[in-house]
Design a protein around this ligand. Structure first.
Ligand SMILES: [Zn+2]
Length: 170
């Protein structure tokens, strides 16, 4: 691959291509696991295959790379110097798809949280973001989800989470 990407952008692209976990995903998952949360990874049955699904909290967490998902106003989301039009279209399409999937989840009564790669960069910011994430997740227990449409459009499968937690146990 020509050297038009920063190392972070390249790593993000390669993980998209090979379907591997990105470093930010691993960071968030490790943190949540250490706090006792149990989750599912990239469950295809949910719109957008969220990186982390917490059935107990009806919460989906997306850990987004700033470049690939076009983080607004973010320095890490800058387009490469060549083939700008190509990347612009591509990223724009990604953003629209993200928004559509987010809407579908919310319309099904789910809480959707996005963690951006740039929020995890330095240690202090990372710690703050992760702590906030924990609060955002647990807050959802006391909230009654208010779907945007009167009828839930998507019926999400209630997963049999005991067996399907990828071997994790309490
Ligand atoms: Zn960002």
């Amino acid at each position: 691959m020509p050297d038009i990407f920063s190392p972070a952008e390249r790593s993000e692209l390669m993980s998209k291509i090979h379907g591997k976990e990105t470093k930010p995903e691993i960071t968030v998952r490790k943190y949540l696991f250490s706090k006792g949360f149990r989750y599912r990874k990239n469950d295809k049955r949910y719109p957008g295959r969220p990186d982390i699904v917490l059935p107990k909290y009806r919460t989906a967490v997306f850990v987004n790379g700033c470049f690939w998902h076009g983080h607004e106003g973010c320095r890490a989301a800058g387009l490469p110097g060549t083939r700008r039009e190509f990347w612009k279209k591509k990223i724009e399409a990604n953003k629209q798809r993200d928004e559509r999937k987010r809407r579908q989840l919310i319309d099904s009564g789910w809480k959707v949280i996005t963690v951006w790669q740039c929020e995890l960069k330095n240690k202090q910011e990372r710690n703050e973001r992760l702590k906030k994430l924990k609060d955002e997740i647990t807050d959802s227990l006391s909230e009654t989800p208010v779907p945007s449409s009167p009828k839930f459009k998507y019926r999400l499968i209630s997963p049999p989470f005991k067996q399907s937690m990828g071997g994790l146990s309490h």
